[in-house]
Write a protein that binds this ligand. Sequence first.
Ligand SMILES: NC(=O)c1ccc[n+]([C@@H]2O[C@H](COP(=O)([O-])OP(=O)(O)OC[C@H]3O[C@@H](n4cnc5c(N)ncnc54)[C@H](O)[C@@H]3O)[C@@H](O)[C@H]2O)c1
Length: 596
Amino acid sequence: MAREFTSVGVVGLGTMGAGIVEVFARNGIDVVAVEISAGAVERGRATLTGSTDRAVAKGKLAEADRDALLARVDWQVGLDALHSVDLVIEAVPEHLDLKQRIFAELDRVCKPEAILATNTSSLSVTEISVATTRPNQVIGIHFFNPAPVMKLVEVVRTVVTSADVVADVEALCERLGKVDVTINDRAGFIANALLFGYLNHAVSMFESRYATREDIDAAMKLGCGLPMGPLALMDLIGLDTAYEILDTMYRRGGRDRRHAPVPLIKQMVTAGLLGRKSGRGFYTYERPGSPVVVPDEHTPLSTGAALADGARAITKVGVVGSGTMATGIIEVFAKAGYEVISVTRGAEKSAKVCEAVKTSLNKGVVRGKLSETDRDAALGRVTWSATLDHLADVDLVVEAVVEELSVKKALFASLDEICKPGVVLATTTSSLPVIDVAMATQRPADVIGLHFFNPAPIMPLVEVVQTIRTSAETAATARAVCAALGKTGVVCGDRSGFIVNALLFPYLNDAVKMLEASYSTADDIDYAMKLGCGYPMGPFELLDVVGLDVSLAIQQELYLELREPGFAPAPLLEHLVTAGYLGRKSGRGFRDHTKR
Ligand SMILES: NC(=O)c1ccc[n+]([C@@H]2O[C@H](COP(=O)([O-])OP(=O)(O)OC[C@H]3O[C@@H](n4cnc5c(N)ncnc54)[C@H](O)[C@@H]3O)[C@@H](O)[C@H]2O)c1
């Protein structure tokens, strides 16, 4: 029989603690909520009242239930109030000495059978536990932010945590409606070990002005379907907390440079820019604690007029290529009202592409997203050709041929001969340096990357890749075109992986390394990222969809260009590719897809 928890204590009512109080009180458990001062108690109480009032306003909580929930919470200053609770969860700042002091005190105050739990994200639960005389009753219960919303709880057992304590806490998580994954005590557990290298990398992109905060966040939201961008997430986590987590992970996790906090984070913490909780972090918020972002001096002017500033007029577009991307891109331009000339390597290929575009447009009609008239008009705007000479008077060329540098360079050299002056020449390459294709022409200032995502008609993101030779006019034109296509164009520099792949693939590779180290299972790692971080797919699901060979190739490119030791491809990924386990397309990758 699992132990009954009728009352619990929560210590520290900041970002996490206040949310954890809500989780327990919502589930009918009495809570003693403890802070360091009366003022801090009031802040915690205000967070809970604000959150439950919002739930009532949204119709998610009845007024009577809110009142009952609030009545279950006993607000107190000082740990002495915790003498009779069955379980305590500590959620004070991420400092080992502070947590150890609190646990020693809890050990003295709490009844002997009480379980003492920490919500630490990165510190050693074992080191915290030895500050007490009952390390076998100490455990990690790691909630995710915001605690009332996120489904995942990581239950962290140390080598001395007793099995019945683990079982009791697992049963409690179930009662709270959470999904738990039980794991050993390792820096960052599952989710943070995979998340924080990515967050730190995103901050370094921002710090080095590789892209703006809006573009980095939009890229990850729109390119990967994440619920929020990395910089907005840093603001939600709190920059002081994020700093401590990174610092601990760096020291505990083998001094991986990717966890060495980017200097900007420390500067922001020192300047009091802690994120949402202080009203300002990477973004500016309506007031401290508010989720509402307000414009500040860094907010871009995204009006149509500003986008078109300096842009050349584009009416006629050439699309070169006959693959999946070219087909999607032809459709996107034609639907947006551009006159399109599709160039392939022969009439047969043109017929195929034409058929594919028709099929896709027809799907839109069947789904009620496109009228028959609009479909016919879009098709009517496309001319099918097999000679590049027909691109002599287009305003923009989008190249989407095979991902081979020699082929792309030869094509750009030909376009340079054929196209009129002032044309914008764009490549859709996802891994080759844009400057290499630019230098195959006599007009590198007019060359830019337009990295569409697959399927192009659906994915709302385009990475606009500027080389060191791209002119401001060309960049303005490319951004205006993205806007006219109804896409979000994010501007970035000409580096391997641009924004999305550079941030996404090392995380996927890290997940493979975690699996390889037998720290957890593919299922639990997938759960952790979906339920703890709101990712639409877990890393192994995504790897199987993208293809393990494609993923390995991208990771190899990143490793070669950036020479970051942490980017070295996971041996397990290499072995699976060698064995022909490429993911869904071959029937087997990390999972067997032939049985379903
Ligand atoms: N922020 C996140 O996204 C997140 C997610 C999961 C876990 N965590 C972990 O949760 C813990 C708390 O982080 P946070 O982001 O909520 O921090 P926070 O700074 O928002 O809140 C910490 C609170 O602890 C209080 N406090 C400090 N000393 C205290 C004491 N002696 N007694 C009682 N209260 C005290 C502070 O007044 C403050 O209100 C950390 O271990 C962190 O790693 C954070």
